[in-house]
Design a protein around this ligand. Structure first.
Ligand SMILES: *Cc1c(COP(=O)(O)O)cnc(C)c1O
Length: 368
């Protein structure tokens, strides 16, 4: 008999419950062979854009572009909106990738790296006049640090002339975002949307668009076939520049509609309830504690737990029960686990996972 498995990994992760049904329907209707220049594709593209705008409250003046990954989205934002200087708030590996990418692209990048504690105040961060774009990772999947949205909006109100780029890859749609206070916002679909990997959504404000067009006018390179002007030319016709991931665009359209119907408000409420359960549990656990101690900076979607020398044992024992969690990221590989708390993970499944830490193998570890 095949044992069932559930992925509490940070991404890719467990598929959202409606995804298998949607995949079957795509196959049954032979949708995956249609042309990306044809009517059915363009209709679905338009519907997807409408659904995303409604689901995430994206203003109509903001452009929505579809790219292959969020790493690509990072590169597009730097190429299209930074002539020379970017500023990066970093709390872990993904933010650092963004920073390093800017250097590789030949820009001057400033890395403001900090480990948030309860007293940390983002209002104290001084950003040089020369910085054109402030790059922020709202939910740092590698460390479980999340920055409160209200504090990110205050960056924009303190520096209204600068563009704010926000990585919401592993928090969307569980965290509410006011796009009107941001300029370049991007996410991938293999995290909280519970889809297979290979598609990123990049939302661009009118000021960011303007900046890119003015750079292009001055003869500054903004990239080639994926420059904002080129992306916009095709988006205006409900198409993409290159042959896109039609499979995921169609699936994202379906899941966005499912989230709208559920509705999203309930998804967000449940996310907070499950996160509270996880944090309360590990706060009380005799041995394993949340890696982020400052409550204000705890991610609700990616929970990182210090598991020390027991890490390998925990991962292996959970796997035996069909529960797959992520290891710590990079140098924390051997000392932490990461648990995803997305719409794919029901309260019941989270409880089942936590039960493993209470009984069975872990009680022995705990009891000794
Ligand atoms: C996963 C992740 C990325 C990278 O997304 P890709 O789709 O793999 O390019 C970037 N930032 C954060 C915070 C992530 O969790």
């Amino acid at each position: 008999m095949k044992k069932s498995r559930i992925y509490f990994t940070c991404g890719p992760t467990q598929l959202y419950k409606t995804v298998p049904k949607h995949i079957k329907a795509l196959l049954q209707n032979n949708i995956l062979s249609v042309s990306h220049r044809g009517q059915l594709f363009m209709d679905t593209y338009r519907e997807l854009t409408v659904n995303l705008r409604q689901l995430l409250n994206i203003p109509s003046a903001y452009q929505i572009f579809y790219l292959s990954s969020s790493i690509e989205s990072m590169e597009r934002t730097l190429q299209n909106c930074v002539v020379k200087n970017s500023f990066h708030l970093t709390n872990g590996a993904f933010a650092e990738k963004y920073f390093n990418m800017s250097l590789v692209l030949g820009k001057k990048a400033i890395n403001y790296s900090f480990l948030p504690v309860e007293k940390t105040n983002l209002d104290e961060i001084k950003i040089p006049a020369t910085s054109e774009m402030i790059c922020v990772t709202q939910n740092e999947t590698s460390t479980g640090v999340a920055l409160p949205m209200t504090e990110i909006y205050r960056l924009k109100s303190r520096y209204p002339k600068k563009l704010i780029a926000l990585d919401i890859v592993s928090s969307v749609p569980c965290v509410g975002i006011d796009f009107s206070q941001l300029d370049l916002v991007f996410f991938s679909v293999q995290k909280a949307f519970g889809l297979p990997a290979g598609l990123s959504v990049l939302v661009v404000s009118p000021s960011a668009m303007e900046k890119s067009l003015s750079m292009e006018k001055k003869g500054i390179s903004t990239g080639s076939y994926h420059s904002f002007s080129s992306l916009k030319k095709y988006a205006d016709r409900n198409q993409t520049v290159a042959t896109p991931n039609v499979f995921l665009l169609f699936l994202l359209n379906r899941v966005a509609a499912d989230f709208l119907k559920y509705p999203l408000k309930k998804i967000r409420r449940e996310t907070h309830q499950k996160a509270a359960l996880l944090y309360t549990y590990f706060d009380k656990h005799p041995k394993y504690h949340p890696a982020v101690s400052a409550g204000r900076f705890r991610s609700v979607t990616t929970i990182v737990v210090n598991t020390g020398a027991d890490t390998d044992k925990i991962i292996a024992s959970l796997a035996k029960k069909g529960m797959i969690v992520s290891r710590g990221y990079g140098r924390n590989k051997k000392t932490q686990i990461r648990i995803a708390n997305y719409p794919s993970h029901s309260m019941n499944k989270i409880k089942l996972l936590l039960q493993q830490f209470t009984r069975g193998f872990l009680i022995k570890v705990v009891g000794k």
